[in-house]
Design a protein around this ligand. Structure first.
Ligand SMILES: NC(=O)c1ccc[n+]([C@@H]2O[C@H](COP(=O)([O-])OP(=O)(O)OC[C@H]3O[C@@H](n4cnc5c(N)ncnc54)[C@H](O)[C@@H]3O)[C@@H](O)[C@H]2O)c1
Length: 266
């Protein structure tokens, strides 16, 4: 612990995980708590939150698990009020909830397209809508959104709803950054590439028609210049920096966490 978020109150959405291991939301909740923040670990399903608390070790008492569906603005209002009742402020908001569904415009159903926009993009709008006024009153705040390299380029799978929504997340932050800079609010985006997280294992296992999971993981690795795949802790390190006062002059931009995948063209 070095106290890089000492005294801050943070909301991290999607702080559980689809399986055992270092998912992005879990890793951010744990790392933020270990750096001194009081973390509201938000998830629609609290069944995996015990592992998040276990992984936080001595910092587990700084984490408050909170059940909330962040596609539901009334539920978000409940979250914001509960957090304010407890701490009187919200210094950091991390928008991490999101998940891909494969398919281009022909294959993807209208319902799945709408769900992809709702879960990957509208969640960011809905939480910001209610948290930014709190940060305005405080005259300070840091928001970190979790996008994906799929929002910047084609990364090997036609998932047009996900890619479009994640591109929207990146641009959302740029526009909001300019509008709310005068309020002392910073908003930035972490852009993870092809990590090895429980979410990826679950997706690959569910897509057995594409081949064996180990073969699929090797294919993902082959796109990455660094000789390993990152995990949620790498996303968390970038988010920690952007959420902390070390990034006080940084807003409206992105940190790509992809082992160099985006900059290669061979
Ligand atoms: N894993 C990767 O390789 C990778 C790569 C790029 C981007 N990302 C992005 O990272 C983010 C998530 O990563 P993760 O590892 O934490 O995923 P995860 O699926 O393991 O965990 C996300 C959590 O969000 C929760 N959740 C789902 N819908 C919710 C809702 N409506 N309200 C509240 N909680 C909800 C789930 O219950 C789950 O516990 C996503 O935005 C994803 O697009 C992941």
């Amino acid at each position: 612990m070095t106290g890089r978020l000492q005294g801050k109150v943070a909301i991290v959405t999607g702080a559980g995980c689809v399986g055992p291991g270092w998912g992005n939301g879990r890793a951010m909740a744990v790392r933020f708590a270990q750096e001194g923040a009081r973390v509201w670990a938000v998830d629609i399903d609290l069944s995996s939150m015990d592992e998040t608390l276990e992984r936080a070790g001595a910092a587990r008492s700084a984490i408050t698990p909170y059940r909330c569906d962040v596609t539901d603005s009334a539920a978000i209002a409940g979250l914001v009020n509960a957090c304010l009742d407890q701490h009187g402020r919200i210094d950091i908001l991390v928008n991490n909830v999101g998940t891909p569904v494969p398919g281009g415009p022909v294959k993807l159903s209208e319902a799945d397209w709408q769900r992809q926009i709702d879960i990957n993009l509208s969640t960011v709008f809905l939480t910001c809508k209610q948290v930014i006024p709190v940060m305005q009153t405080q005259g300070a705040g840091a928001i970190v959104n979790i996008a994906s390299t799929s929002g910047q380029r084609y990364t090997g799978a036609a998932q047009v709803g996900y890619a479009t929504a994640k591109a929207g997340v990146i641009q959302f932050a740029r526009v909001v950054a300019v509008e709310h800079a005068k309020d002392g609010i910073r908003i930035n985006t972490v852009v993870p590439g092809q990590l090895h997280t429980p979410l990826v294992d679950a997706i690959l296992a569910g897509n057995q028609s594409a081949g064996d999971v180990d073969v699929l993981l090797k294919r993902r690795q082959s796109r990455i210049p660094l000789p390993f795949m990152g995990d949620g802790r790498d996303t968390a390190n970038a988010a920690l920096f952007l959420a902390s006062d070390e990034a006080r002059f940084i807003t409206g931009t992105e940190i790509v966490v992809d082992g160099g995948m985006s900059v290669r063209c061979d």
